[in-house]
Design a protein around this ligand. Structure first.
Ligand code: ARG
Length: 466
């Protein structure tokens, strides 16, 4: 059954929307989350209206007082959100109308199009700050474990085949680099969010003498020197959803990093590897098999990454064919970013918790890393230092590997005479190459896993986070 005309825009309508249409088109069920930002925007906008003489001091006072009352009600969950008012913006405006008649002037010289664009920019600034803080906490947790495990070595892998030895610290520092870049990515989103679209109106601004810089300043859209930053094109201001894409993308990349860490640790935790023991607090058991302790936190993290990447895809598909400027499709932009935000926040906590409680099993790690084949490349380098061309050295060591396989012995236990017979430059000291400590000490170039280099990188990151 059709209802009476809509309270805010119903002037040209003889009937209100169908119940079905209301239920279908409302967004307040999810955009009410923007309420704190919407109230902030309302306050700044009305302060500006007063500043330019379109609102009296008294009206401004009443509006601000009313908004404070609503803000408290909303925080306590006492405001009744109504689908008939569609979204958070009109719910707040309508609730304010019940408090003061001045509310009827609040929407002067603006549209919900520039209003929502402003609300979400405040949300993104806030959200980026929160994600960055969580990323920093995760980095702290990883750095601690790396620090504690500088002396533990494991095989590093390519193609999931044993490649070369690395310290656990070096492996963990690789994740630190990834999450460090994530921080930069969110910082960039934050910076791009810091431009105020309010004043763009529905599409082409307003004929009223607004002061956009006044509102921008009041809302904190300023550069490092305190200068107001306002968006330069009204059509772009209301049509643009780049921040949604960029924020969702930053979440996708971080989730991808989380997922890759999770996958490494799941492998390390398998009986076949056994490099780590996971904390009970982040594992679960099987309802059938009594012996099981499953790495569920890590598996769910890996699963969440799919969901977060999916959110980004949904946004791209939604935006890509839209003509300028605002189209109602765009109200579907919020569930995805809210979800990516919520999921990345809890994921970062869970990963930090799992990593903090993870213990490396030194016996298993040293057994795996004692495989001399991991240092086959070092023997090739040894020959290069003695003047052999690398390609030739590679072949010689390959022949040694084949020989060891044939003799069914580890590489360094191939009898001296047989080994020396492969090339005249294989000297008496060739087996020394297979000493792990030596192998690490000769890798002190920038970015390599040598112990001094690791200490340097740990110190650099700790300083950066302090
Ligand atoms: N709830 C809407 C959204 O998020 C606000 C803008 C509505 N604008 C409009 N012209 N109907 O997109």
């Amino acid at each position: 059954m059709a209802k009476k005309a809509q309270a805010t825009w119903g002037g040209r309508f003889s009937k209100g929307p169908a119940e079905l249409m209301l239920a279908f088109s409302e967004s307040v069920s999810f955009d009410k989350r923007l309420a704190p930002y919407d109230i902030e925007v309302n306050k700044a906008h009305t302060a500006m209206l007063n500043h330019i003489g379109l609102l009296t001091k008294k009206e401004l006072r009443e509006i601000h007082k009313g908004l404070d009352t609503l803000s408290k009600q909303i925080a306590k969950g006492e405001l009744e959100w109504k689908a008939e008012f569609e979204d958070v913006h009109m719910n707040i405006e309508q609730a304010l109308t019940k408090i003061t008649p001045a509310a009827a002037k609040m929407h002067t010289a603006r549209s919900r199009n520039d209003q929502v664009a402003t609300d979400v920019r405040l949300f993104f600034k806030d959200a980026c700050g929160q994600v960055i803080a969580k990323l920093e906490a995760l980095l702290g947790a990883i750095l601690d474990i790396a620090d504690q495990n500088q002396g533990v070595f494991i095989p590093g892998y390519t193609h999931l085949q044993r490649a070369q030895p690395v310290s656990v610290a070096h492996h963990l520092l690789a994740y630190v680099e990834m999450f460090g870049r994530d921080i930069k990515r969110f910082e960039e989103v934050l910076e791009n969010a810091n431009w105020c679209p309010l004043g763009a109106g529905a599409i082409a601004g307003t004929t009223l003498p607004i002061d956009r810089e006044f509102t921008a300043k009041a809302l904190g859209f300023v550069n490092s020197r305190g200068k107001a930053q306002v968006t330069p094109n009204s059509m772009d201001s209301v049509a643009d959803r780049d921040l949604f894409l960029d924020f969702a993308h930053a979440c996708s990349v971080a989730a991808t990093h989380i997922s890759r860490v999770a996958e490494d640790v799941i492998i390390w935790n398998s009986s076949e590897f056994g490099y780590v023991e996971l904390p009970d607090a982040f594992c679960t058991g099987s309802s059938l098999m009594p012996q099981k302790k499953n790495p569920d936190s890590l598996e769910i993290l890996r699963g969440k990454s799919g969901r977060i990447i999916g959110n980004e895809q949904a946004l791209f598909v939604m935006v890509k064919g839209l003509p300028l400027t605002y189209n109602r499709d765009l109200q579907e932009d919020k569930p995805q970013v809210f979800d990516s935000f919520d999921q990345i926040m809890i994921s970062l906590d869970v990963l930090a918790g799992t990593i903090e409680g993870m213990e490396f099993r030194i016996d298993k790690c040293s057994e795996a890393v004692s495989d001399p084949a991991l240092l086959a490349t070092d023997l090739a380098d040894y020959l290069v230092e003695r003047g052999v061309a690398f390609r030739e050295a590679h072949h010689v060591v390959g022949a040694l590997v084949a020989l060891a396989e044939k003799l069914d012995c580890p590489l360094h236990e191939v009898p001296d005479e047989k080994a020396k017979g492969l090339h005249p430059e294989i000297g008496d000291d060739w087996v020394e190459v297979f000493d792990l400590q030596r192998a690490m000490k000769v890798r002190e170039g920038i970015g390599m896993p040598g112990p001094k280099q690791i200490r340097k990188q740990l110190a650099r990151w700790k300083k950066q986070l302090a």
